[in-house]
Design a protein around this ligand. Structure first.
Ligand code: GCU
Length: 426
């Protein structure tokens, strides 16, 4: 055979082989037998070696240490405060679900250094309640994608191309209205007496490797183009955004602001945990399939690793975090400590059987390990120390379930979240 003819074919095969190997993430471990051994930093031992065994010492010494480590080594510090936040009610008295729900839309405008950024909130509230407890969480593709409701305003922010929902350029389109509705069981939420407050993640910070836009740029000094090494990445920016929504919710007479449960799926579940850890006004937190740098332990080598997440999504974290790629053992914290920062407030971590990338067992173990801090408060942690069977939720102050199925948010998940909210008197 002519060598000149087969060379390109050979190249193609080698290239294909490498691509397949790469895309299957051969370096990522899915073998339980290879997931350890590892040793976690102790939640209850302070940096100076003192054992922390009461709430006062926890709150005064250990909790601030852990918070500092996550802030400066993982998610990044928020560089300042806004000059002001303007509130504009863009729709006041809409109705939905045959009049059982009230719809409001609100635009928040952040002002800093002479620059502005606006975000749109979509709010559904049960008509039957005078002051409703609410679930608050980001959506992935724009408010208009969460329901077949033609009154929802379409975001003007950058959106990722997604032909499955009709988005062919970086502008949101009418065609994708309602396309993500299976992730938001609004009917069940309203029927159970809860409201829903949601906003598009990209209104706060577009999910792309470019920190020159979104909320980051409002805080830059004249010559600055990117955050300093210990300053916020995109996840911290999203969490910060949830706190600004909370600022508004505290002023809204229709909402019981003492019962705001912050919710998020996947990358947005990482943001919901960090929001609850940094802002005690969130009364509870739900993190659905949040995986690496969310609920899953980093030192357990299973599924997505620090190196992989740093390569694929470097902008999610502060620059300081880059040095921990392949060096999880050097991290001053692990993710069970993130959960412990939420104590004594109720927290729900959820996994899915086919979502091995997010390491369901690592997510469960975080809930289990964090339980010691709940115990300091005299509150029971996770009521079972054994990983439950699929679809056998453990509901309590610390809750966990492993749903059968893929990485997603389903009606089943929402049924459990509502039970969790009821159990905790929200
Ligand atoms: C990627 C990423 C995960 C993230 C997920 C998501 O898979 O690696 O860390 O949770 O996207 O947000 O859907």
């Amino acid at each position: 055979m002519n060598i000149r003819k087969i060379t390109p074919i050979l190249f193609t095969f080698v290239f294909l082989g490498i691509s397949i190997l790469y895309s299957q993430n051969k370096s990522v471990n899915y073998d339980e037998l290879k997931a350890g051994p590892y040793s976690l930093p102790s939640i209850q031992t302070s940096q100076s070696g003192v054992i922390i065994n009461n709430v006062q010492d926890w709150e005064e010494f250990r909790k601030p240490e852990i918070l500092y480590s996550f802030t400066n080594h993982v998610y990044g510090r928020v560089p300042g405060v806004l000059d002001s936040m303007l509130v504009k009610i863009t729709e006041q008295n809409g109705t939905y679900l045959n009049g059982t729900a009230k719809r409001k839309q609100v635009m928040l405008t952040f002002v800093k250094n002479g620059k502005e950024l606006s975000v749109d909130l979509l709010i559904y509230l049960p008509i039957s309640m005078e002051k409703a407890p609410v679930f608050l969480g980001y959506n992935f593709q724009g408010n208009h994608t969460i329901a077949d409701d033609r009154n929802i305003f379409i975001t003007k922010s950058w959106v990722p191309i997604n032909s499955e929902i009709g988005v062919e350029s970086n502008f949101a389109v009418e065609k994708s209205r309602g396309s993500m509705k299976t992730r938001w069981d609004i009917e069940k939420i309203i029927e159970a007496g809860y409201g829903l407050v949601t906003l598009y993640r990209g209104d706060i910070d577009p999910d792309k490797d470019d920190l020159s836009d979104g909320i980051h740029q409002l805080f830059y000094t004249k010559e600055q183009e990117k955050p300093k090494p210990d300053e916020w990445g995109t996840i911290a920016a999203w969490s910060w955004g949830l706190s600004r929504v909370m600022d508004f919710l505290e002023t809204d007479q229709d909402i019981d602001h003492e019962k705001v449960i912050v919710f998020g799926h996947s990358r947005l579940g990482k943001a919901s945990l960090w929001a609850a850890a940094t802002d005690s006004r969130f009364a509870g937190c739900i993190s659905n399939n949040s995986g690496a740098m969310g609920a899953a332990l980093s030192r357990r080598d299973f599924g997505e690793t620090v190196e992989v997440i740093n390569k694929a999504f470097p902008y999610w974290f502060c620059d300081n975090f880059k040095k921990y790629s392949n060096k999880e053992y050097m991290l001053p914290v692990d993710q069970h400590m993130l959960i412990s920062l939420i104590a004594p407030r109720p927290v729900y971590l959820a996994s899915a059987t086919e979502d091995l990338w997010a390491d369901p067992k690592g997510e469960f173990l975080s809930a289990k390990e964090a339980s010691v801090v709940y115990n300091l408060y005299g509150i029971p942690g996770l009521s079972s120390l054994k990983m439950p069977e699929p679809d056998s939720p453990i509901i309590g102050v610390v809750s966990y379930h492993l749903r059968t199925g893929i990485h997603d948010v389903t009606d089943y998940d929402w049924e459990q979240y509502i039970k969790f909210a009821k159990y905790n008197n929200f």
